[in-house]
Write a protein that binds this ligand. Structure first.
Ligand SMILES: [Zn+2]
Length: 474
């Protein structure tokens, strides 16, 4: 395969919509035009389909050690599942070990992906302590390795949590090297105290995971992270924002013109605290951090997506099978945190967003592909359909109906948080660098074909301004 011609589709990007053919040569789009009649090794008919840039998921945890176990999807199964859902690039998290620099983690995660990944990938570095070595390595990561973002935690004391001084120093570092700090914003000290208190009272059921992580703890940490970034004079990106309390902090900051950015995830748009009240131990399926919130928060998050107070929808894909969730049968604090979602992001956002009339197709593309690319130094190589961009594309079928279920999904986990939910709209054909990797539900790619992508440093290319209106065109 060296050349591919996609004919008769309707190209939809974050800004444009037009009928045209796309020609991809050696993985890169070299020609877009009407009535193209070039010879190609592969010719695809996209009649009736929308031709959109492949999804970019900037928050996944494949093959990740957590609480004595490991997330169920590795870079093989996880990227195959991603591809089935129309995602063609992901950014995963490599975790620094205590007492080590960043290179062992970077090399370790490169090895995890090598020979396995079927779509392109990049890494954020999780920084757990800021030694002199780590400080030097942060510069090296940005300047030499194309690893331009770092994740810090304000929660999980003793495991990931760093103090304000460390956060501030890391922020200052990015001012010099053009990297970006991603923040898990929850007040770990408060949560830890509430968790111990609950367990002392014998409150061990899964729902107490949510009840010990109040929205105020997320709001407070979000506000603090933004203030620290403001004092350091750098942008900040809040990961998996889950509630109105935290969104208000982002809105305030953006009203002041500060480059404060945030992502949310489908679980916070479509699931709620009510799922913890399911019978038996079923609530454990939804144990993740931040937890699912009271349902009314969903509407606030949708408004945030419409107005560009939230710029990205990622997944925080971190699946654990039920036998591992069982580790917390008698103690919710021992339930591995995380849920699957890498495969269902686009379908859910299309069905619940575009079809429901909340966002238009362009905003959809922006949220799942273009803004993630612009935020994390992948644009314009990724995140759009344009001459010079990689041939990462989804031929989207607006009428495709899918029943989300563990019985049929490709994620290596024995439950689906959306079990039985019917979604309309889904990928018919998925291309990665011009190669068809999913063809109407059949996987065609090869293990290890995915490539590591070096990213560019510098301020996120996503505007701080609001979107004043949106048009419904789907
Ligand atoms: Zn995460």
């Amino acid at each position: 395969m060296t050349t591919t011609l996609v004919k008769n589709g309707t190209i939809v990007t974050a800004s444009d919509r037009y009928d045209a053919d796309v020609y991809i040569d050696k993985g890169v789009i070299t020609l877009i035009g009407q009535g193209l009649n070039l010879p190609a090794d592969t010719v695809l008919d996209a009649s009736g389909k929308l031709v959109m840039p492949g999804g970019i998921d900037v928050h996944t945890h494949l093959d990740m050690p957590f609480g004595g176990t490991t997330s169920a999807d590795d870079f093989a199964s996880g990227t195959v599942a991603a591809a089935h859902g129309g995602t063609t690039t992901l950014i995963d998290f490599a975790i620094q070990d205590f007492g080590a620099g960043l290179y062992p983690a970077f090399e370790g995660w490169m090895k995890k992906a090598e020979g396995k990944a079927v779509i392109d990938y990049a890494f954020h570095m999780i920084v757990r302590e800021l030694s002199d070595q780590v400080s030097i390595d942060m510069d090296r990561m940005v300047r030499h390795e194309g690893v331009t973002s770092f994740k810090l935690f304000m929660a999980y004391p003793g495991v990931f949590m760093v103090d304000d001084a460390t956060i501030f120093k890391a922020l200052l570092k990015t001012r010099e090297n053009g990297g970006l700090i991603c923040m898990h914003a929850e007040n770990g000290g408060v949560i830890d105290t509430l968790v111990k208190d609950a367990l002392r009272k014998g409150q061990t059921a899964p729902k107490y995971h949510a009840l010990t992580r109040p929205t105020r703890a997320e709001g407070e940490a979000t506000g603090r992270a933004i203030a620290l970034a403001e004092m350091a004079g750098v942008p900040i990106y809040i990961v998996h924002l889950s509630c109105s309390d935290a969104l208000e902090k982002i809105k305030q900051a953006r009203d002041m013109g500060l480059p404060a950015y945030a992502e949310t995830c489908p679980q916070y748009l479509f699931l709620s605290y009510d799922d913890y009240e399911r019978p038996g131990f079923e609530g454990s399926k939804y144990v993740m951090s931040p937890p699912l919130r009271e349902k009314w928060n969903q509407e606030a998050l949708w408004k945030g997506l419409v107005k560009n107070d939230l710029q990205v929808v990622s997944t925080d894909h971190c699946p654990f099978c039920m036998n591992e969730k069982e580790l917390g049968k008698d103690d919710f604090a021992k339930i591995p945190n995380g849920a699957p979602g890498i495969e269902t992001r686009l379908m859910l956002l299309w069905d619940g967003g575009v079809r429901a009339g909340k966002i238009d197709v362009h905003r959809f593309v922006e949220l799942v592909s273009t803004s993630p690319a612009k935020m994390f130094g992948l644009w314009p190589r990724k995140g759009t359909v344009a001459v010079g961009s990689d041939g990462d594309m989804v031929l989207w079928d607006k009428d495709k109906e899918t029943t989300l279920s563990a019985a049929t999904h490709h994620m290596r986990v024995d439950y689906n948080p959306y079990e039985g939910r019917v979604v309309r709209g889904g990928p018919a054909v998925v291309l990665s660098r011009g190669e068809v990797i999913v063809d109407h539900g059949t996987f065609k790619g090869g293990a290890g074909r995915g490539q590591f992508v070096k990213r560019q440093a510098g301020r996120p290319l996503v505007p701080v301004g609001r979107r004043s209106s949106y048009e419904r065109t789907a």
